[in-house]
Design a protein around this ligand. Structure first.
Ligand code: SF4
Length: 339
């Protein structure tokens, strides 16, 4: 199968129906043994220092791994991708554009999907067939999410890793399903996490230092039980068609769509505090103002740039945040006893 790079979650059903193996370029970047090297490729090509590391890293991955076909999401993700696409084209790569509609509208989505299918030489009918094949795979991802927040037997890191991988199913959806099934079996034998743990939501784009973030949080007696964007990648609201599925997917649209989802999940998952991750030089960082206004819980905003590990500054901020939540929970509990 010919590989096709994607700059973020796209309707993979169409790519698979067209005979491609989707490769999420972000996942390749963070799984590389030396991601900084891939960012350097972009900086040597002239990408500014104050450009987001994901964008630079994606450019580096395409050149380093020889990925010739790329779907660049030019609307609904990142405006930097418009210029990223131009630079990839300059290198002779087949960088194609896909634009999510500006609002979650089934008719507009149908049109966008038809266009993508025609560009890749397939049909929406063929893609709908793939959607049905992928349904059980997506259900496994949702089960893992439940294993995290309902059964309390999966870690925040496992949840992050497998939900974020639902953007391309690691290139092989059957293998992905087997791997998640195996993890679910392992989890079912575990003891649940202790009842008094601090339960966190993680909102925002995946962190460059995700690999260290989740285990560090768990060492402090807390756990992420809601990975907002990663969960969206798994399409928890599949609907009855591709157009419905990708209209229910909240990430590409207004921040209000995301807030609706977050505000539904916070009480359902008994969350005590929220970590909002923002990427340095990303327009989405401004959304922090809107999130802080809407979320009535303690919010810690963390920023990352090209540091693929947790530095002391970030660790101290997490520790102080968790300490504050834990103290306030103890205080509330002792006040309740006095009453
Ligand atoms: S983190 Fe922000 S700037 Fe970077 S690729 Fe994502 S949306 Fe674009």
């Amino acid at each position: 199968m010919r590989k096709i790079g994607i700059t973020t979650t796209v309707p993979v059903e169409i790519l698979i129906a067209a005979g491609y193996e989707p490769v999420d370029l972000n996942n390749v970047l963070v799984s590389d043994t030396d991601p900084s090297r891939l960012i350097t490729i972009a900086e040597r090509a002239g990408f500014p220092l104050n450009c987001c590391s994901w964008i630079k890293g994606i450019y580096g991955v395409c050149l380093d791994r020889g990925i010739e076909d790329i779907i660049c999401v030019t609307s609904g993700d990142c405006s930097n991708t418009i210029m990223l696409r131009e630079t990839l084209k300059l290198k002779g790569l087949n960088a194609m554009a896909f634009a999510y509609p500006d609002r979650p509208d089934k008719e507009q989505m149908d049109y966008a999907l038809e266009k993508l299918a025609a560009m890749l030489g397939t049909t929406l009918k063929a893609a709908e067939k793939v959607r049905k094949e992928l349904q059980p795979v997506r259900e496994f991802a949702v089960k893992l999410d439940e294993m995290t927040w309902k059964d309390n037997k999966a870690s925040g890191g496992e949840n992050h890793l497998w939900l974020v991988s639902a953007s391309d199913f690691n290139g092989d959806f059957s293998q992905y399903q087997r791997d998640v099934q195996k993890l679910l079996d392992t989890c079912s034998y575990r003891k649940p996490y202790p009842e008094g743990e601090t339960r966190l939501a993680y909102i925002g784009v995946p962190a460059v230092y995700a690999r260290e973030l989740y285990p560090f949080i768990e060492k402090q007696g807390a756990r992420v039980v809601f990975n907002e964007v990663q969960r969206q990648f798994a399409m928890p609201e599949p609907g009855e068609s591709l157009a419905e599925q990708y209209s229910n997917y909240t990430y590409p649209y207004s921040i209000q769509e995301r807030i609706k989802d977050i505000k539904t999940e916070i009480p359902r998952r008994h969350i005590d505090g929220v970590i909002h991750y923002v990427q340095a030089f990303c327009h989405r960082g401004i959304g922090d103002i809107v999130f802080r206004d809407a979320i009535k819980l303690p919010v810690l905003t963390l920023e990352g740039n090209a540091d693929f590990f947790l530095n002391t500054h970030v660790k101290t901020r997490i520790e102080a945040f968790l300490d504050m939540i834990q103290r306030s929970r103890k205080k509330k509990a002792s006040q309740a006893v006095k009453k």
